[in-house]
Design a protein around this ligand. Structure first.
Ligand code: NAP
Length: 253
């Protein structure tokens, strides 16, 4: 489905990362991939995960450092010559902002969460656009806490609301270049970042009981949806938030 296509994936921290499940789906789809990691401590993880992926490129990129973003896309240009898709699977908020009341969010925590989790989508999309000479697909990861209050999700819910709005504005800006921008709203999955949310255990139990499919979603199901969104099968879809949550979001009482 993605033979002779080139993609970049932001956000593999370890084998549980949604970005890693997505990478596996895209790799099986035939794409050649570049991976970015944040900070030296993750380098070894990402290198060992990707060692058997033919032609994988592994690059450092902390999105709070513009020079690292610039260097990342310069290397991708050198190695790949162009890009067909980009997966944005990064988010961060200081742990203390993910407990207690949203009311107490500090200015610093708010700005950090919004910068890393929402602004970075526009930042990397802008850098990717000149390389997407034959059109492209950009996919980001969001969560239901963007639209409804989820206890403990706090400032991350506000950041995800900004991220979802960014998807729509970016889709409008980039549509004329045939670049599509979409978000996947995933149900809760046990990952490193998710463990920072204070009520994760309760959230997962509640989701599994209430969702029509009576279970939690698997990271690979999110990855498969990203594969679809990056493929020609999704050529008419842009600016959307697509739920991969076992149907949880449709339920009322
Ligand atoms: P994860 O494995 O911990 O991935 C989060 C990634 O964001 C990590 O690789 C992390 O690197 C990276 N990151 C944080 N700050 C960064 C920065 N300044 N520059 C570059 N990268 C940075 O967790 P995940 O659950 O797969 O999260 C992926 C995405 O899915 C996030 O947007 C998350 O909000 C979203 N999502 C998750 C769930 C869930 O339940 N797990 C549900 C819906 C949506 P470090 O480890 O170095 O910080």
């Amino acid at each position: 489905m993605l033979q002779n296509k080139f993609g970049i994936i932001f956000g593999v921290a370890n084998k549980r990362s949604i970005a890693w499940a997505t990478a596996q789906a895209l790799h099986e789809g035939g794409a050649r991939l570049a991976f970015t990691y944040q900070g030296e401590r993750l380098k070894e993880n990402v290198e060992s995960l990707t060692k058997d992926m033919d032609g994988a490129l592994v690059l450092p990129c902390d999105v709070t450092k513009q020079e690292e973003v610039d260097q990342t896309f310069a290397r991708v240009r050198e190695e790949f010559g162009r890009l067909d898709f980009l997966i944005h699977s990064i988010a961060f908020a200081p742990r203390e902002a993910l407990e207690g009341e949203y009311l107490n969010t500090t200015r610093e925590a708010f700005l950090t969460a919004l910068e890393i989790s929402a602004y970075s989508l526009a930042q990397v999309s802008r850098a990717a656009a000149p390389l997407m000479t034959d059109g492209g697909s950009i996919v980001t990861m969001t969560y239901y806490g963007a639209e409804k209050v989820v206890s403990g999700y706090n400032v991350m819910g506000v950041a995800k609301a900004a991220l979802e709005a960014s998807v729509r504005y970016l889709a409008a800006d980039m549509g004329q270049r045939n670049i599509r921008v979409n978000a996947i709203s995933a149900g809760p999955i046990q990952t490193l970042s998710a463990r920072g949310v204070s009520n994760l255990g309760m959230m997962m139990k509640y989701h599994a009981e209430k969702a029509p499919l009576r279970r939690n979603v698997e990271a690979r199901e999110v990855g498969n949806t990203a594969l679809f969104l990056c493929s020609p099968l999704a050529s008419g879809i842009t600016g959307e938030v697509i739920y991969v949550d076992c149907g949880y979001n449709i339920m009322g009482i």
